[in-house]
Design a protein around this ligand. Structure first.
Ligand code: NDP
Length: 401
């Protein structure tokens, strides 16, 4: 079986590495490379202790250095790169994959460091180059984007003639015992949620002040949670690929305490991404904040509760209105027992490994750059439960929206 190269050794990289090691018949050997090699070594040593898998090579690489990364890829000669470092590195890793002639998969769309702007245009612009090279680039194969996009594809393929209203609902009802912490890279997370909210309606994007639309939604096995409309990147590709959509929104739960911390962080300027002069050194406040906040990769121990992420869809089947809800609940505790990482890293890493498996086994194929909803959802969802993310669906439900 072909080798893979995983880039990034944070919480998500840890889960991808564990999950690959759990399927040695497919991932016979792999490399884990990141900026700090000791983090890769720690993960490799945990995997050897927990699973007895010892086919991991580790390496240090700056994924923004295209020549160095190209050299590493050519030397290791993998079938594909699974990129779970940061969204800042998407384009340089895509360049290196093209140089070395290997396939590419990521979990978050490219984001320029100097501007918190989330759009696929930068990566879609690589389509012709990947196509000409006969290579596949899979964009956004985490949970959201990722599984939520694949859930939508399943709904469109099997439950509706036309999907009209899509609400992606993302709850984290976990408790990690910290006053304030983010569940994935704090810099990326805070940039994302402090943006104005945005949703799609009747062919247009409607911009709203951040956290200005709130509703208490009921989540399976969790109950009611305050949920807010915010912009999330999969909305852009979903409205493109499912043009029957009249409205598409993304909801995420936030507790009052979390929002108070966030407001203070913003009000005192700590969410800023412009450099400031501190004692003669230029620093970016948000980067400094990341240094002092808890490491999301270390939240796993003692993290209780569950996440619940899914899609609530309304549309038409055989001329009649149809409603449909598809979701996964993931326990932080079970994720930690298996991988020593918390549920948000787990729900991102499992789909990334599963997407890689789809490409290796030929279930997903095509030359060019693709969002995951463009592939057949069935083989992916057939194995997702077995890989640790069991999902459920109901038709004819009250969507609350
Ligand atoms: P972390 O911050 O925990 O880990 C990021 C890793 O990338 C670290 O090991 C870091 O190295 C490494 N890295 C950063 N810059 C470079 C570089 N220039 N070259 C090489 N390695 C680098 O993040 P997470 O694991 O929480 O998240 C990883 C990715 O997953 C992010 O892109 C995030 O947006 C995405 N994500 C996607 C979700 C989804 O559902 N689709 C949900 C959650 C996350 P070092 O340790 O040295 O800093």
């Amino acid at each position: 079986m072909p080798k893979v190269l995983i880039i990034g050794a944070g919480g998500v990289g840890r889960v991808v590495a564990y999950k690959c090691a759990e399927y040695p018949e497919i991932f016979t050997e792999f490399m884990l490379a990141s900026r700090t090699k000791s983090k890769c070594d720690e993960i490799a040593s945990d995997i050897k202790a927990d699973l007895g898998y010892d086919k991991i090579t580790t390496a240090a690489v700056d994924a923004e250095d295209v020549p160095a990364l190209t050299k590493l890829i050519k030397e290791y000669d993998p079938f594909m790169v699974i990129h779970v470092a940061l969204p800042y590195q998407d384009l340089t890793i895509m360049d290196a994959c093209l140089n070395a002639g290997v396939h590419y998969l990521d979990t978050a769309n490219y984001e320029p460091k100097e501007e918190a702007k989330f759009e696929y245009s930068h990566q879609w612009a690589y389509h012709d180059r990947f196509k000409a090279a006969g290579l596949t680039a899979i964009l956004g194969c985490g949970f959201d984007p990722g599984v939520t996009s694949i859930f939508t594809a399943r709904a469109a393929a099997h439950f509706f003639d036309e999907i009209h209203y899509l609400d992606i609902v993302d709850a984290n009802a976990g408790d990690h015992g910290k006053a304030f912490a983010t569940n994935f890279n704090p810099e990326i997370n805070i940039r994302e949620i402090t943006q104005p909210g945005k949703y799609y309606e009747n062919g247009q994007w409607v911009e709203i002040p951040a956290f200005s639309i709130r509703k208490d939604l009921n989540y399976p096995d969790i109950g009611p949670k305050p949920s807010y409309v915010l912009y999330h990147e999969e909305l852009e590709s979903l409205v493109k690929h499912f043009p029957t959509l009249k409205r598409a929104r993304f909801w995420m739960t936030f507790g009052d305490e979390y929002l108070t911390h966030l407001r203070v962080i913003q009000n005192i300027g700590m969410a800023g991404i412009e450099p400031v002069n501190h004692k003669g050194t230029q620093i970016i406040p948000l980067e400094f904040l990341k240094t002092v906040l808890p490491d999301p990769g270390g939240l796993g121990e003692g993290y209780s509760g569950e996440t619940s992420i899914g899609c609530r869809i309304r549309g038409i089947l055989d001329g009649k209105e149809q409603t449909y809800y598809i979701w996964n609940n993931c326990s932080h505790e079970r994720a930690f027992q298996e991988t020593r990482a918390q549920g948000v890293s787990y729900t991102t890493g499992v789909p990334a490994m599963t997407g890689a498996m789809m490409l290796i086994q030929g279930n997903w194929e095509g030359a060019g750059v693709f969002n995951v909803e463009q592939f057949n959802p069935d083989p992916f969802l057939d194995v997702l439960g077995k890989h640790g993310l069991e999902w459920h669906e109901r038709v004819g439900v009250d969507l609350e929206l």
